[in-house]
Design a protein around this ligand. Structure first.
Ligand SMILES: Nc1ncnc2c1ncn2[C@@H]1O[C@H](COP(=O)(O)OP(=O)(O)O)[C@@H](O)[C@H]1O
Ligand SMILES: [Mg+2]
Length: 404
């Protein structure tokens, strides 16, 4: 069964009758697009803060303050599509609106059918890859650092390597730490030919082949989409782009492991929203615990269910001053996963760009990662390879496994 693709639409108009008529036209049409109405002037409300972040905003502008508010909103949230309804729009106003990123303009008064048609036009222009969402089967695992240096990237990259299990499963490692990403370096020393910003710039052409070709195969079953080298390219990656890339990846891979880095932005929040599980990586010292609590509060404010969040204490040493029990209590979490501190093995792995599972499979840290991988994907392995991908990868990995 193919689930409808959830698109969040908000309608903002100071004229309640307009907002309600447009909402009805969107809801009653086929396909039905439910929308939220905000019967107020744009400059009096915050469409971002109230409830969920929309994908598309229909806004009726009746005063110059509204236009200024729209410009500010579109500048701050370029990832949202805007449809502007307004009367007596001069060429200058139209120019300003378009420059701010407004995608379409309708003259007021706008008939409900005209609004619906314009919304459908905009939705059609959204990345085609969104349509693939219904075919999703892979799980999204997001790794976030409570504080820089926690080991989130190390854990994400090495866990992705473990999950791939020498080609038993197909795993994507996506680096969404867009400004200073380094996930690829933990598992490879090869320079990538393409990165996530390149994919974002080609989003209209995005399909499985394009995504596959942008990824670097670093070993059997493990494919990495690197972050851009140039931090300035981060701005090419928008929230809808990320949604399209991640959702498409879930139709191609059994696991999509994403390094989120440590900053919260429209892009990283989108990744966290899409994740089936979030792994927050910390260490057993007070600064990490303090930032861990902050992150816990962010997750609460986002209304994520408790079972979506998993906490990893990295570089754990039993002899440390703080105990796991202390941290569980301080954080108010029922369980902490641990990964041991093993400087020599990890440093060698990082310096060589070889996963610990390959470099030193019997080491304590490799075994702990293996255990974590088995908790996520318990053996016996049941590779759920989709037909076309099996075709692409045939010959790439010796094992084939049985059909799930
Ligand atoms: N379990 C570990 N044992 C020893 N050193 C570790 C361990 N995990 C991470 N490190 C070291 O910490 C450094 C920072 O880790 P990294 O994954 O880049 O942190 P983050 O992504 O959270 O900023 C790594 O380069 C690695 O050398
Ligand atoms: Mg990192």
């Amino acid at each position: 069964m193919s689930a409808p693709i959830a698109i969040s639409i908000k309608i903002v108009s100071p004229v309640r009758g307009h907002a309600e008529a447009w909402e009805e036209a969107l809801r009653k049409g086929e396909p039905s697009y439910p929308a939220t109405t905000i019967p107020q002037a744009l400059h009096e409300v915050s469409v971002i803060v109230n409830g969920s972040r929309p994908d598309l905003v229909v806004v009726e502008v009746t005063a110059s303050e509204d236009l200024a508010a729209l410009e500010a909103l579109a500048k701050a949230h370029p990832e949202i599509d805007y449809l502007l309804v307004g009367a007596e729009m001069t060429a200058e106003v139209l120019m300003r609106a378009m420059r701010a990123g407004v995608r379409d303009v309708l003259p007021a008064p706008a008939a409900p059918e005209a609004v619906r048609d314009a919304v459908l036009r905009l939705l059609r222009k959204r990345p085609a890859a969104l349509a693939a969402a219904a075919e999703r089967h892979g799980q999204v695992l997001a790794f976030i650092s409570c504080k820089g240096g926690s080991g989130a990237t190390f854990t994400a990259a090495n866990l992705a390597h473990m999950l791939a299990a020498k080609g038993e499963r197909n795993v994507a490692l996506i680096d969404m730490n867009l400004q200073f990403g380094d996930a690829l370096l933990f598992v490879s020393s090869v320079q990538p030919v393409s990165n996530v910003a390149d994919v974002a710039r080609n989003i209209q052409r995005l399909d499985r082949e394009l995504l596959q070709s942008a990824m670097l195969r670093v070993g059997p079953g493990l494919h990495v989409l690197a972050s851009p080298d140039d931090p300035a390219q981060a701005s090419d990656v928008t929230r809808p782009n990320v949604q399209a890339i991640v959702q498409l990846a879930t139709t191609m891979f059994d696991y999509v492991v994403i390094d989120v880095g440590r900053s919260l932005s429209a892009v990283t929040l989108q990744v966290l929203d899409l994740a089936d599980r979030i792994y927050a990586v910390m260490q057993l010292t007070l600064p990490y615990i303090r930032d861990g609590k902050r992150l816990r509060d962010v997750f609460r404010s986002l209304d994520y269910p408790a079972q979506k969040i998993h906490w990893i204490v990295n570089r754990y040493e039993k002899s440390g001053q703080l105990t796991l029990q202390d941290v569980k209590k301080a954080m108010g979490v029922p369980e902490l996963l641990t990964l041991p501190n093993q400087y020599d093995v990890v440093a060698a792995s990082v310096n060589q760009g070889v996963a610990v599972g390959t470099l030193s499979p019997k080491s304590q840290i490799a075994r702990a990662l293996q255990e974590l991988a088995e908790r996520i994907a318990p053996p016996p392995l049941a590779p759920a390879r989709s037909g076309w991908l099996g075709g692409l990868f045939r010959g790439a990995s010796p094992s084939t496994g049985s059909e799930a």
